[in-house]
Design a protein around this ligand. Sequence first.
Ligand SMILES: Nc1ncnc2c1ncn2[C@@H]1O[C@H](COP(=O)(O)OP(=O)(O)OP(=O)(O)O)[C@@H](O)[C@H]1O
Ligand SMILES: [Mg+2]
Length: 510
Amino acid sequence: MAISQRAREIQTLVQSFHPLIAIETVEEERVQALLQEATQDMGMPLFEWSAPQGLARSPGGHTPWTNDYAPPGTLQTLDEKTKDPLELLRYIQAMSLRAVFWLKDLVQHLDEPVIIRQFREVVQVFSHHRSALILSGNNLELPPEIAADLVYFDLKLPDRDELERITRTTLGVLKMKHRIQIQLQEGEQETLVQTLTGMTLRQAQQVLGFAAFEDGCLDASDIQNILNRKAQVIRSESLLQYFPASSLTVELGGFRGLKQWLDQAKVGFSEAAKSLNLPAPKGILIVGIQGCGKSLAAKAIARFWQMPLLKLEAGRIYDKYVGESEKNFRQALRLAESMAPAILWIDELEKGFSPNKGDGDGGLSQRLFGSFLTWLQEKSQEVFVVATANDISQIPPELLRKGRFDEIFFVDLPEASERASILNIHLKLHRQSAQTLDLEALVQATVGFSGAEIEHAVISGLYRSLYLRKPLDTAVLLEQIKATIPLSVSRREDLALLRSLAKDRFVGVR
Ligand SMILES: Nc1ncnc2c1ncn2[C@@H]1O[C@H](COP(=O)(O)OP(=O)(O)OP(=O)(O)O)[C@@H](O)[C@H]1O
Ligand SMILES: [Mg+2]
């Protein structure tokens, strides 16, 4: 059986004299499977260590991890004294054997000078005979003298092959052991696997199990439940919020220019484009006036292209736990990649990457910005970025430079025809027909209104007419419109400034 791409990457690292490899993850079953696969193929023994278990020989053999995972405590400890980290390192050095040693959570014990020294000596010895230490854990912050010898291996989230395997095994177990009825037609199992992208193997197993045990059966109707559970999992465990394409019903009035651009850019994802070695579209930035549909446009793009939407509120990168921002951000990008083709919507970009943000955060925002730029430049997966922003002056100029985004769009206040279509959309949303209204008068009355302000006038008009116990009419709507002071009046100077900054530099959306 051919070995997997990931196992091959580990092999290459070991064979090319990398004595110290770090894998930042909590998915230990996957690490074990990967290392078993890689070492078995190279004919190298694999050992694993944890503090309670000590050092043990890892079971060999290349079979899917689900059958073969040796849970902690089931392996034969080689020597009780290796439970102590210093003794462990001495023991490994004395073994003088060409092998791979997987040390789980050892990082937490690398805090005493003598242990650090011993560790470095093992690394030096290993660098001569192509043995390797693999460190795994949730947070791999290493002392600088060790970090210098280290290379990170990005485990990424499970790819489709892995998810396919876990689905097959899990369905098998559910059927044979738990008498669950599996009723999936041709092609539905594939859809199921697709639904699981973006989750760890354990999460995938859990959602499959949950869907099955809930009603004793697993069929196509469970796919929607799984999507919903996935949305919950992603929301609680990452910075992202997930909207399946099927959940998006938004309608975007106006934006003709953007819609045309999207129509054309879509061919960039096609097989024909791939066969010509054309890169897939990278992303766009939409800047502009508040309430004019930037966020709505991001959702509309996902709907238009039928791709899952992942929303990252840029300002949130910095909350949660201090010190975890970089990791969380990396994890978010990785998650988006695992769900590709997908749309990554970065809302309020300026709150994450403003040049003025950096003061007093020890360079954190600069580093984050740097890794975002690199990712944007080098990403190979089909993750289309839709960044939205209000305040251009807060966006680092590097991001506005040609080539970072495929296009930068400027959203101004809606013109007459756009106001008409926005009015129509919101009337329809609330079960009203525009036919009984003087649309022309409403369009005239809403000069200078944003989409959000038009929506607000429709809603407050409906409240008013409900209160008056009569159908919504033009007079009630005009009354609401007159009572509104739009931003274009209350913040006239700000808007003029924004326009002057944006008008000639960026493309209009219409
Ligand atoms: N072009 C439009 N078509 C239909 N509805 C619109 C349009 N523009 C705005 N709206 C309405 O206004 C609401 C607010 O718009 P949206 O949140 O997209 O604005 P935004 O530009 O992202 O604003 P902000 O800068 O405050 O984030 C939308 O939910 C929608 O109901
Ligand atoms: Mg918005």
